[in-house]
Unconditional design. Structure first.
Length: 527
């Protein structure tokens, strides 16, 4: 940084004798405004939390000036699907260091239908210690259904449906940006399409979106194409914008179906249904071993009921038969790697196949024993590169991490916790040319901002909020790996969050510029 604690003049004036005073000035950078257009060399002036001028700033003064020669200046990255809210609510993690060092300035929280039902309380908890990045909240269907109905596999009564609708409405009134579901998981998997439509209509009344971890990303039940079509159906019936979250074709049985899925979404969009998707740039997903292998019928009643069934010699064979099919869908025991297991941390980083061999057990028996003793979380290597590339190239696909925020060194988490956005730029832009840099930046900035109706974010323009990321394209690198994930990304040199400099020359400052955003909806402007 140059001009620290001083006044910097840029050029000379042909007008006023007195230069304009700014808080920050960014000069000589390659400015990508987030819209997908090519870069331009413009200066950017920041005052308070806003971008107040962009262009040829011929005379100016600023408290601080960044010379971004050779660097790219973009809107701050928006992580469309993040599990980092619980970490940000903890004092020791509230600065969000891994997120900021990726260039992330805003996360969308409570995805997959999980997270806090009480949006107001969650907001207060997040702001208690200050936060390093902005948080946009979603109303989580799974948490609501579990609160109202427990883990029961049945339709809600009229009274229960009314209670769930009221909880969705309360969340929307407290500023939530929409409704999230994870209908792959129990108890959400027990819900019918019509049940979800009813709740989505409530979110739609407040201008919210419908975001979904779809019912099936493989061929577990209805199949991935039908699961995508369910989102389309819900969006159409509820008159709401729908999002197929972390879109993928999971497992060898469905590899190649990206062609048909893209065609289905294109057809829906052509017919007037607002459908978008998000994606993380990895061929491996992360979930729990229970979600990956155990049939949903065996989960009814919750974890204790599941363990009881696994100990029942009459029921266990039926459970294991379904688990065997599900293991095949995932590609086998060598494609499942443990990331966290509290009863025995020594298995973290190993595959199910390796752990089973060490214990001289079959993979299925090993899985059953591990589940009976705890709740293993896993990484699952289950995608094909051609499908990843095809989904990534669509103009309606946003970037997300699906990652969390954990204590540095804890467990063996998915590397997406640390490297999602730099990885997309390094691997898929620089090295493999799957898409160009302006398109990649658009998927990380203006597209999610537009989808979620985040006013004046995701773009670099005068009047926009000063969420800004400045990076060195040559150095952009996701160091985190599947075996050694606890490594910060490199290449992000500066980050502004609401006008506050959070990263300076690749190092965190002491400024926590984040806020909990509120979604606003003007009913008078709706059709």
């Amino acid at each position: 940084m140059i001009g620290l604690m001083g006044v910097v003049f840029v050029g000379c004036s042909s007008g006023s004798d007195k230069p304009v005073k700014y808080d920050q000035l960014i000069i000589n950078g390659r400015v990508l405004d987030g819209t997908g257009e090519s870069w331009s060399e413009d200066a950017i002036a920041i005052k308070d939390d806003k971008i107040v001028k962009i262009g040829d700033i011929t005379e100016a003064a600023a408290d601080d000036t960044i010379d971004a020669e050779g660097l790219y200046v973009t809107p701050g990255f928006i992580d469309e699907h993040s599990h980092a809210a619980s970490g940000l609510a903890k004092a020791e993690l509230s600065e969000g260091k891994p997120l900021l060092l990726e260039g992330i300035t805003t996360i969308v929280a409570n995805p997959d239908g999980s997270g806090a039902v009480d949006q107001k309380k969650q907001r207060e908890k997040l702001l208690e210690n200050g936060i390093g990045v902005n948080v946009a909240q979603l109303v989580p269907f799974g948490s609501i259904r579990k609160m109202v109905m427990g883990m029961e596999d049945r339709e809600p009564t009229a009274e229960e449906m009314d209670e769930m609708e009221q909880l969705v409405e309360e969340g929307m009134k407290h500023g939530a940006f929409g409704l999230s579901t994870g209908v792959f998981y129990s108890p959400q998997s027990y819900a019918s399409t019509e049940e979800i439509v009813g709740l989505a209509k409530v979110a739609a009344e407040y201008g919210g979106v419908y975001q979904s971890h779809i019912r099936d990303e493989s061929n577990y039940s209805v199949g991935v194409r039908e699961a995508v079509n369910e989102v389309i159906n819900i969006a159409e019936k509820a008159e709401i914008l729908g999002i197929v979250d972390h879109i993928k074709a999971l497992g060898p049985p469905v590899w190649g179906l990206s062609k048909q899925i893209v065609a289905d979404i294109e057809q829906a969009r052509a017919s007037g249904v607002e459908i978008f998707a998000s994606q993380y740039p990895y061929k491996a997903s992360a979930t729990s071993l229970i979600a990956a292998l155990v049939p949903r019928w065996a989960e009814e009643g919750g974890y204790k009921a599941l363990v009881k069934r696994l100990k029942d010699s009459d029921i266990l064979p039926e459970v294991k038969a379904d688990m065997e099919d599900n293991l095949a869908r995932r590609g086998g025991a060598d494609r499942i790697q443990f990331r966290r297991y509290r009863p025995d941390s020594t298995i973290e980083g190993k595959t199910l196949e390796e752990v089973a061999e060490e214990q001289d057990k079959t993979p299925l028996d090993m899985a059953v024993d591990l589940i009976k003793a705890g709740k293993p979380s896993i990484i699952s290597f289950n995608m094909d590169e051609d499908d990843v590339n095809r989904f990534m190239q669509q103009p309606w696909t946003m970037t997300c991490s699906d990652g969390g925020l954990v204590k540095f060194g804890s467990g063996v988490p998915h590397p997406r916790n640390y490297g999602t956005f730099p990885r997309k730029i390094r691997k898929y832009v620089k090295e493999e040319h799957v898409l160009d840099l302006p398109a990649a930046i658009r998927s990380m900035t203006s597209l999610p901002a537009e989808v979620y109706n985040m006013d004046n974010r995701g773009v670099l323009r005068e009047g926009a909020v000063a969420d800004i990321t400045i990076f060195d394209l040559d150095r952009m690198n996701d160091k985190a790996t599947f075996q050694e994930p606890h490594q910060y990304s490199e290449g992000v040199e500066y980050v502004f969050v609401n006008g506050k400099l959070a990263v300076d020359e690749g190092e965190l400052t002491d400024k926590k510029g984040g806020d909990v955003l509120s979604h606003t909806f003007d009913e008078t402007s709706s059709d």
